[in-house]
Design a protein around this ligand. Structure first.
Ligand code: 3PG
Length: 415
C-alpha cells in the first residue's frame, strides 16, 4: 500500500516538559520577496507557531531549530525575520540568536527560564547539516554533538523535512528522547487517513516538477492500480502525456521540454500511458501568449502551438470542472501543483477554475506542495476550502510514494 503504513510514535501528550530544555525542529523555509527581501508570511509559520506557543505555555525552555534555503542559493538567509514573525504569531518573544552551535547559542540555551523561547540561526550554516546520513552517524555531526548535552528532549514538528536525513532532523533523535510535535502529528494522521482508507483516488497533477508526479503515479500503479479512478493533468505533465500520444506541441514548448531534459521522462510517461492511459486525461486545449502577451488558445487538434504553452485551455477547464463536480464523497482527490503559470494573471484561469471546483467538491481534497499552497493564497482561497492542506512539498511526495522517510523512522523507533 502507498503511504507509510501504520506508524506508532510518541506525542507531546506523553511528556512533561515543565522546566525541560526542549529542542523543537520546525520548518519555516519560506519564499522571499525578491524586490523587498522580505520573508512571506505563510501557513508554515501559522502552524508551527501553535506548537511553539503550547510548549512555552507548558513551561518548557524552548530552543527552536529551523532552516532557510540552501547554502549558495539566493534565499539562503539568517532567521532574524523568522523570529519576528514567529514572535508576533505566538504573542510572546521568540528571541533570535545569530549563532547555531557556538558559545552564544550554548549560553543562550543555558540562560533560558521556564516558558522562554529562542530561535537559533539557520541550521544549514553548518556544512555537515544537510549531508544525508543515518541517525547514528549524524549523532556525531556538529549540531547534535554540540547541543545535545545542553538539551533534555527533542520534538520533531517539521513533517516537511522528514524526507531528509539531516543532522537537525535525525541526529538529535539518536541522542535524546524524541516526540512528534503537533504539526507532525496532524500531517501523519490526516495523510494516513487519506491515503490508506480511500479506494477511489483522483489525481490533479500539474506544476513544473513532473518527476515528482511520475513517482507518485508509478507507486500507485505498483501498489493499487485499481484505486486510481482518473488523473487530470496540466502543467508539464499534461504536455508530456500529450506528446507521447503523438502530438507535436510546437517549437517553443518542445524547446523548453528539451532544455529542461523533461523529454528524458517520455519513456516512463509512455509506460504509465500503456497501463492506465484510459484514465489519464491529457489537456484538450492549451493557452499560450500571443504577440502582445495576451492569452490565446489552441485546440489539441490545432497543434503545434506557435507560443510556449502556459496553461490548460477553456475546453479542458470545462471538462475537468465537470469531472470534479461529479465526484462522490467517498473519493479522495490528491492535488499536486498548479495547472498553469498561475503567477501570471492571464495564465491563472486553469488553476483558478480547477481549484475553485475542488473547493466546492463533495470529494475529500488533499493538496500539498509549496506552489499549490502559495497558489491557494494568491487565488483568494483558504486552506479550509480543502479537506487537508499539507505543508510538505517533497515530503508529501515521498509520503505518498511510500518511500522510507528518515524523520518518521526516528519517531517510530522511540521506545
Ligand atoms: C521544503 O521547503 O519543502 C522543505 O523546507 C525542504 O527544503 P529542501 O528541499 O531545501 O530540503
Amino acid at each position: 500500500m502507498a503511504g507509510q503504513g501504520e506508524i506508532k510514535y510518541k506525542t507531546l501528550d506523553q511528556v512533561d516538559v515543565v522546566g525541560k530544555r526542549v529542542a523543537l525542529r520546525v520548518d519555516l523555509n519560506s519564499t522571499i520577496d525578491p524586490q523587498t527581501g522580505k520573508i512571506q508570511l505563510n501557513e508554515r509559520f501559522r502552524a508551527h507557531s501553535l506548537t511553539v506557543k503550547e510548549l512555552m505555555d507548558r513551561g518548557a525552555k524552548l530552543v527552536v531549530l529551523a532552516h532557510q534555503g540552501r547554502r549558495g542559493d539566493p534565499d539562503f538567509t539568517d532567521l532574524k525575520q523568522h523570529a519576528e514573525i514567529l514572535s508576533s504569531l505566538v504573542g510572546k518573544e521568540v528571541k533570535f540568536i545569530p549563532d547555531v552551535v557556538g558559545a552564544e547559542a550554548v549560553n543562550a540555551i543555558k540562560g533560558l527560564s521556564k516558558g522562554e523561547a529562542i530561535l537559533l540561526d539557520n541550521v544549514r550554516r553548518l556544512e555537515d547539516e544537510d549531508v544525508e546520513k543515518a541517525p547514528e552517524e549524524h549523532a556525531n555531526s556538529t549540531l547534535p554533538r554540540t547541543l545535545a548535552p545542553h538539551l533534555d528532549i527533542f520534538v520533531l514538528d517539521a513533517f516537511s523535512v522528514a524526507h531528509r536525513s539531516h543532522a537537525s532532523v535525525v541526529g538529535l533523535a539518536a541522542l535524546l528522547p524524541t516526540y512528534a510535535g503537533r504539526v507532525m502529528e496532524r500531517e501523519l494522521s490526516a495523510l494516513n487517513k487519506t491515503v490508506a482508507l480511500t479506494n477511489k483516488i483522483v489525481f490533479t497533477l500539474g506544476g513544473n516538477k513532473p518527476v515528482e508526479c511520475i513517482k507518485v503515479l508509478q507507486r500507485f500503479l505498483k501498489e493499487r492500480p485499481e484505486s486510481v479512478q482518473a488523473v487530470l493533468t496540466g502543467g508539464v505533465l499534461g504536455q508530456l502525456f500529450t506528446k507521447v500520444r503523438g502530438y507535436n506541441l510546437g517549437g517553443p514548448t518542445e524547446d523548453f521540454l528539451m532544455k529542461k531534459k523533461y523529454v528524458e521522462l517520455l519513456g516512463m510517461i509512455s509506460e504509465i500511458d500503456q497501463k492506465i492511459g484510459d484514465r489519464v486525461i491529457a489537456p484538450l486545449d492549451f493557452a499560450y501568449a500571443g504577440k502582445n502577451g495576451s492569452r490565446m488558445e489552441v485546440l489539441r487538434e490545432g497543434l503545434p502551438c506557435p507560443g510556449e504553452i502556459q496553461d490548460i485551455g477553456s475546453k479542458t477547464i470545462q471538462h475537468y470542472r465537470e469531472i470534479i463536480k461529479g465526484l462522490e464523497p467517498d473519493t479522495s482527490v490528491i492535488v499536486k501543483g498548479p495547472l498553469g503559470v498561475y503567477e501570471k494573471p492571464e495564465f491563472r484561469k486553469g488553476t483558478q477554475a480547477v481549484y475553485m471546483a475542488l473547493a466546492r467538491s463533495r470529494a475529500s481534497t488533499l493538496i500539498g506542495g509549496g506552489d499549490s499552497v502559495t497558489a491557494i493564497e494568491i487565488l483568494g482561497l483558504r486552506p479550509s476550502d480543502f479537506t487537508y492542506v499539507s505543508l510538505g512539498g517533497g515530503a508529501l511526495i515521498s509520503f505518498l510514494s511510500g518511500e522510507p522517510m528518515p524523520g518518521i523512522q526516528v519517531l517510530a523507533k522511540q521506545k
